[in-house]
Ligand binder design. Structure first.
Ligand code: AHR
Length: 502
């Protein structure tokens, strides 16, 4: 049995947990939209064709802002195609995913769906095949009240009140060779700055995200951030980070993915702060971690990628990863890492939401179900509110091939003063043995507060929820003892836990 301990101090505040930390992402990709959120013939479909079973699961998941409509898709997207009478909307080739986009669901319908799930729209503009002018037109269409051609067009299309979109991504992964219109940091930084300046002439209070690197393994990582921010520092509020992790057979390293994400965040913060220092600026650029997840990308490269000049399917099954228990434990640890940086990561988007590398899966005409990753997200989003607290952890370490010596236990806490509740999130990365964790509550004055604990673990690390067995994996109550101010729990090997105090 490994042993670890941690203590909580309400004064060890990292930062306020921005509700946008629990955002997500819906791209026109695979069955995310069609046969995902929208399936007019489904028995649960509402009058607008949206699956109400999916709506309920999205609400239960608790996602704040939802990034839309891409992703790689946005870099070839003409927003005008997706508004107006449906019968007149064109079908288009989507080069990003080698699919046909019908435009049956567009801006208005997606906003209607967001109204039903209670989430905020976060829009990305196309800086791949388009530029400043089209971004301005979209902004006028969505946010200008009335009296101009585009605002009146929106009103004629059914939305009298503006969409009022606050947060905008200036393109997507513009450093990636797979991106339509990918470019250099110099060119992109110049375009992003010009576009941001023009958008702020419409509304100075918009929140703007400049694209960082599409991953920390890109050869231009670091330099891309430095150059783009050198151009756009004064004009944007956030720089984006994207990171996906997968188990390539080295479970020890996979379980330590949070260590990599932590290093990534520190590197981007350092680079942004360096640019700020050089400019003599007191402004801080925050991070929008607007794509993060487990993604079996190598499988996509090998098996899923669509090719062929005449092969442009509508809503094909793409990126439909089935998540295991170990995936969900790593996923929970990534949430811990994001919370540990709540002072600078003030927005994040779980990529993605339905069917495509998603916590929610659907079958056409059939059920919708929760993947294993659903559980850590729903729990953290529900209870990990208020402020994030640094915890003092004592834990053994283990050797990993990719990241060297790594702590067996990682953890963070939150304090929601309004709810009168503390939450502790911890992960046990030990593969072969449980870890006894002692949580010292001395600093909390918590004698009268109730304690409860839940765990995500399974002797079968590959267990998953599937169409055939949709409830195989769920959170379970975790027994604990409480003596004075110490709570003791036994964390199973490869597990993620939530402890609520209050
Ligand atoms: O989320 C899937 C894809 O991953 C997105 O479209 C792209 O931005 C990233 O490469």
């Amino acid at each position: 049995m490994n042993k670890a301990s941690l203590s909580l101090r309400p004064s060890a505040v990292i930062g306020a947990v921005d509700p946008r930390l629990y955002g997500s992402f819906v791209e026109h990709l695979g069955r995310a939209v069609y046969d995902g959120i929208y399936e007019p013939d489904h028995p649960s479909a509402d009058a607008d064709g949206f699956r109400t079973d999916v709506i309920e699961l999205v609400k239960e998941l608790g996602v704040s802002a939802i990034r839309y409509p891409g992703g790689n898709f946005v870099s070839g997207f003409k927003w005008e195609d997706s508004v107006g009478p449906r019968a007149e909307r064109p079908r288009r080739l989507d080069l990003a995913w080698h699919s046909t986009e019908t435009n049956e669901i567009g801006l208005h319908e997606f906003q209607d769906w967001l109204d039903k799930v209670g989430s905020e729209l976060m829009l990305a503009v196309n800086l791949g095949t388009r530029g400043t002018a089209e971004a301005l037109e979209l902004l006028e269409y969505t946010n200008h009240r009335s009296g101009t051609r585009l605002a009146e067009q929106r009103i004629a299309n059914g939305r009298t009140a503006p969409f009022g979109v606050r947060m905008w991504c200036l393109g997507n992964e513009m450093d990636g060779p797979w991106q339509v219109g990918h470019t250099t940091a110099e060119e992109y930084g110049t375009l992003a700055a010009k576009t941001a300046q023009a958008m702020r002439m419409v509304d100075p209070d918009l929140e703007l995200v400049v694209c960082g690197s599409s991953s920390s393994s890109m050869p231009t990582f670091g330099e891309w951030e430095r150059v783009t921010l050198t151009h756009a520092y004064d004009d944007v509020d956030y720089i984006s980070c994207h990171a996906y992790y997968e188990n390539t057979g080295d479970l020890g390293s996979f379980l330590a993915s949070g260590v990599d994400m932590d290093h990534f965040i520190r590197s981007v913060v350092a680079t942004a702060d360096h640019v700020g220092a050089v400019r003599g600026s007191r402004k801080l650029i925050d991070i929008s971690f607007d794509e993060w997840n487990i993604w079996y990308n190598t499988r996509f490269e090998r098996v899923d990628r669509i090719a062929g000049v005449d092969n442009w399917p509508i809503a094909p099954r793409l990126l439909e990863d089935v998540y295991t228990v170990s995936d969900a434990v790593v996923f929970g640890s990534l949430l811990i890492t994001l919370l540990k940086h709540a002072d600078r990561v003030t927005s994040a988007s779980l990529a993605q939401l339905v069917n495509v590398i998603a916590p929610i899966m659907t079958e056409p005409g059939g059920p919708a179900w929760r993947q294993t990753t659903f559980f850590p997200f729903a729990a953290t989003s529900k209870h990990g509110r208020g402020v994030a607290l640094e915890v003092d952890i004592t834990s053994g370490t283990y050797a990993t091939e990719r990241f060297g010596e790594v702590p067996l236990v990682d953890a963070v806490a939150t304090h929601d003063a309004d709810a009168g509740r503390f939450a502790v999130y911890a992960v046990n990365r030990a593969i072969d043995a449980p870890t006894e964790l002692a949580i010292d509550l001395t600093g909390l004055d918590a004698d009268d507060l109730p304690v409860s604990a839940r765990v995500l673990a399974d002797p079968d690390l590959d267990a998953a929820n599937t169409l055939e067995d949709p409830e195989r994996v769920a959170l379970a109550e975790l027994p604990f003892t409480r003596e004075g101010a110490t709570v003791r729990l036994t964390l199973p090997a490869v597990s993620w836990i939530e402890v609520l105090i209050g």
